[in-house]
Design a protein around this ligand. Structure first.
Ligand code: HEM
Length: 409
C-alpha cells in the first residue's frame, strides 16, 4: 500500500534530483544537498571536529579570547545527566506529567497537533530545567509555542529565505528565566535539581553566564520542535491504522507495569518498531541547514569554507536506493533480518549524525513509546474521517486539520 501523501513540489523536486544525482548536488549557488548516507556522516564528522564553544560576548567586545570549552565537554555533561534520569522513577514522572496534560483535555474536541506539542514539551521541560515557578514555566512554554507556530507556518522552499528556516533561538523571556535560575542556584537561593541545566551551575566560572545560558536554551530549543512533531506523527499513524493500534494494545496491555517503566524499549518491542517506523517516515526536522567551518572534499564535490550545506534524515529515509518500498509504512521492516530493512549502515538517522547527534534520542524514544502506551491502554482516541487526514511538509511533517476526542477507556 502506498502512502497517499504528496510532498510539496519543492521536496519532490529535491527527491527527484537526489535520485538522479546520487544524493550530493547543488540546490543553488550557495547550498549543497548532502542526502547520501556516507557523505552525510563524513561531512558531519569533518565539520564539527574539535568544535569549541563561541567566545563570550564580553570577551569579543574587549577583543580577548575566552576560556576555551570544547562542545564535546558540554555534550558529556548532558549525557551523564540523562543517564542518571533513565530510571523507572524518572520514566514514571515523565508518564505522569503526560497523563495530567491529556486528562485535562478529556471530552473536548482537540487539535491533536497542538496537544501532542503540549504533551511533549511540558512533560520534557523538567528534564531540561526543573523547579520553575508556575509563572516561569508559562513564560518558557509560551516562547516554545511561538517558536513552533512560526515553524509550522512555513514550508521548505516557500519564498526567499526558506533556507534560513531553522529553530530560532528561544526568546527573550526564556533567556531571562534561565539566567535567573542559574544565578540563584549558584548563590544557594534555589535548590539544585537533577536536570540538564544543573551541571552548568558548577561550570559558571569557566563558561560565564552568557555561554551557560546558551547551553541551557539550546536544550529548550531542541525540546520545543522535534519531540512534539514526532508525537503528532505517532497519533496520526495510530489513528489511521487500527490494525497496528490493536497490535500495540495487545502488547502494551499485557506488559508488566514495572518492567515497562524500567525499560520501555525492552518491554514493548512491537511498539518500539512502530515508533521507529514513524520516525523513519516522518522524521523531524525535514532539513538541517549547516555552514561549512572548513573546506572539504565529498568525493568529487568540494565544499568550501563558509558555504552552506543541508542534511536530511527524511530524504535518506525515503530514498528507494536505501529502503525497499520506502514510502510504505511497515514497522516490521525493523525486525532483525527483515528483507525490507535498511540496505546499509547510516540509512536510519532520525537523530542525526555524530558528533552533533541528538542527545535526547533515548528519552525521546521512551516518551513516544509511553505515548503509545497511554493511547492504547488508558485513553480512546476518536478522529473523525481519520483516513482523510493528510500530512503537510513544514519544518517537519505536520498532520493537517487533525482533530479528535479523547476519552478514558
Ligand atoms: C523524537 C524526538 C527527537 C528527535 C526526532 C530529535 C532529533 C534531533 C536531530 C535530527 C538533531 C540534529 C542532529 C544533527 O545536527 O546531526 C537533534 C539535536 C539535538 N537534540 Fe534532539 N530530537 C528529539 C528529542 C530530543 C530531546 C527529548 C532532547 C533533550 C532532552 C533533545 C536534545 C537535542 C539537543 C541538545 C540537540 C543538539 C545537540 C548538539 O548540538 O550537540 N532532542 N535532535
Amino acid at each position: 500500500m502506498t502512502t497517499p501523501h504528496h510532498p510539496t513540489d519543492f521536496l519532490q523536486d529535491l527527491r527527484t534530483r537526489s535520485a538522479a544525482e546520487g544524493g550530493v548536488f547543488w540546490i543553488n549557488d550557495d547550498l549543497l544537498a548532502v542526502f547520501e548516507p556516507d557523505a552525510a556522516r563524513r561531512v558531519s564528522a569533518a565539520n564539527w571536529q574539535g568544535l569549541l564553544m563561541s567566545d563570550r560576548f564580553v570577551d569579543i567586545v574587549r577583543r580577548r579570547g575566552s576560556t576555551q570549552v570544547p562542545w564535546s565537554r558540554v555534550r558529556a555533561e548532558w549525557r551523564t545527566q540523562l543517564h542518571s534520569l533513565a530510571t523507572a522513577e524518572h520514566h514514571t514522572g515523565l508518564i505522569t506529567r503526560m497523563e495530567r496534560i491529556i486528562d485535562a483535555r478529556l471530552g473536548d474536541d482537540v487539535d491533536l497537533v497542538l496537544l501532542a506539542q503540549d504533551v511533549a514539551v511540558r512533560a520534557l521541560l523538567p528534564i531540561a530545567l526543573s523547579g520553575l515557578t508556575a509563572g516561569e514555566t508559562a513564560s518558557v512554554v509560551q516562547d516554545l509555542d511561538q517558536q513552533l507556530m512560526r515553524l509550522i507556518d512555513r514550508s521548505p522552499g516557500s519564498g526567499p529565505g526558506w533556507h534560513r528556516l531553522r529553530f530560532a533561538a528561544v526568546q527573550f523571556r526564556t533567556g531571562l528565566v534561565v539566567r535567573r535560575v542559574l544565578r540563584e542556584r549558584a548563590a544557594g537561593l534555589r535548590a539544585r535539581e537533577r536536570d540538564l541545566a544543573d551541571p552548568f551551575v558548577d561550570l559558571l566560572p569557566e563558561l560565564g553566564m552568557d555561554r551557560a545560558v546558551d547551553v541551557v536554551t539550546a536544550v529548550l530549543t531542541a525540546i520545543g520542535g522535534p519531540p512534539g512533531a514526532a508525537a503528532a506523527s505517532v497519533l496520526y499513524e495510530l489513528a489511521r491504522r487500527p490494525e497496528w493500534a490493536r497490535r500495540l494494545t495487545v502488547e502494551l496491555a499485557g506488559a508488566d507495569p514495572d518492567e515497562f517503566r524500567a525499560a520501555p524499549v525492552k518491554a514493548a518491542p512491537v511498539t518500539h518498531r512502530f515508533v521507529k517506523e514513524v520516525l523513519r517516515m516522518w522524521s523531524p526536522p525535514l532539513l538541517l541547514m549547516r555552514r561549512a567551518r572548513t573546506s572539504f572534499d565529498l568525493g568529487g564535490t568540494t565544499l568550501e569554507e563558509g558555504r552552506g550545506y543541508v542534511l536530511s534524515p527524511h530524504m535518506i529515509h525515503r530514498d528507494h536506493r536505501f529502503w525497499y518500498a520506502a514510502d510504505v509504512f511497515d514497522p516490521d521492516r525493523f525486525l532483525p533480518g527483515a528483507p525490507h530493512g535498511p540496505l546499509g549502515r547510516g540509512c536510519y538517522v532520525p537523530f542525526g549524525w555524530a558528533p552533533k547527534k541528538c542527545i535526547g534520542a533515548d528519552i525521546g524514544t521512551v516518551q513516544l513509546i509511553a505515548l503509545c502506551h497511554l493511547m492504547c491502554t488508558r485513553y480512546r482516541l476518536v478522529v473523525p474521517a481519520a483516513e482523510h487526514v493528510t500530512m503537510a511538509y513544514r519544518f517537519a511533517p505536520v498532520p493537517q486539520k487533525f482533530h479528535g476526542e479523547l476519552t478514558l477507556r
